[in-house]
Ligand binder design. Structure first.
Ligand code: FES
Length: 105
């Protein structure tokens, strides 16, 4: 999952010729030029919202896109916004806490 012009999408679903015209932001590109983590990355750390890390990239990128669109989402809006991202380890409640922490709520 990466951001294509600010919209989260699985990188494997966008044809390369279409992507070449877009601004692409990866998980590594979220930190600022001084290496400070994006507030969503820091919130995921603070809430320990990952175990194995398999889902982490997609959840963080989807959360960044969600908060850009809706800076103060409800729990239901977070669940709806992250519907494509499944965590097999079951840390979904911590993910919601992390998104809330990073939000303006
Ligand atoms: S932390 Fe393991 S799949 Fe989410």
């Amino acid at each position: 999952m990466v951001l294509f012009d600010g919209v989260a999408n699985p990188s494997c679903l966008i044809p390369i010729e279409q992507a070449s015209e877009m601004k692409i932001t990866t998980l590594e590109g979220l930190a600022d030029e001084n290496g400070n983590l994006h507030k969503v990355q820091q919130a995921f750390i603070d809430e320990q919202a990952a175990q194995c890390g398999y889902c982490l990239n997609g959840l963080v990128i989807a959360s960044v896109a969600l908060l850009e669109e809706n800076p103060s989402p409800t729990d239901a809006e977070i669940q709806a916004g992250l519907y494509r991202n499944v965590c097999r380890c079951g840390v979904h409640s911590r993910v919601i806490k992390a998104v809330k922490r990073a939000s303006n709520s």
